[in-house]
Design a protein around this ligand. Sequence first.
Ligand SMILES: O=C(CO)COP(=O)(O)O
Length: 250
Amino acid sequence: MRRKMAAGNWKMNGSSAALSVISDLAAAHADNTDTDIVICPPAPLLFRASEIARSSAVTIGAQDCHSETAGAFTGDIAAPMIADAGATHVIVGHSERRDAYRESNSDVRAKAKAAWEAGLVAILCIGESAEDREADNTLDIIAGQLSGSVPNGSTGDNLVVAYEPVWAIGTGAVATTAQIDEVHDFIRARLVQRFGAEVGNAIRLLYGGSVKPGNAVEIFQCDNVDGALVGGASLKAQDFTPIIEALIAS
Ligand SMILES: O=C(CO)COP(=O)(O)O
């Protein structure tokens, strides 16, 4: 049985005052033992967020890391620094970074490797654009992103793959369960083919893109959906809590 995961990507939102969401979630889900709850705040909040989350049901992740461990990379953050701040996870390859910062599959692969070397779990994002889907290229794009950006050497536990169709992010246009099933079953098959059944079946798959309290129950019924990567609805405990509850109940 794979552990479930509800991860919240705050993107460039939040403040030290907003970190009360972490204590609210920790209090609401204190009895939960089979679901990972991960909050990924902006980098300046990582240390404080980790202190607040310490010994609770909530763990902390960063939103990106550099592939090198140190050096002349102004503005960047190395994976060991993220671990040093008390975080345990890092998102790599989010479509907003692939798009705005031209991150390639090989950049993302190097970041995921750096995350593993620092002992972090990599939450690696893939997903097709609206144009890719309209041109019926979705599975080709997903296959290319998987082979290009997932490094060799996954142990199963150190990798979470998040399928986030770009057209569903922040738009309210959630993918249908048929679309989610098709892509998640395909990802699972590819991971099993590449890493073997034991590791391939241990890697968790998250869906992301306009997940809300109103659609979470349906999404979590999909066989190969082990949780969600949630943007907007993770900023407030009152929105994220019903999503987490739907996941725990699924
Ligand atoms: O990009 C996302 C999470 O990484 C999804 O964002 P929304 O949930 O706001 O659509």
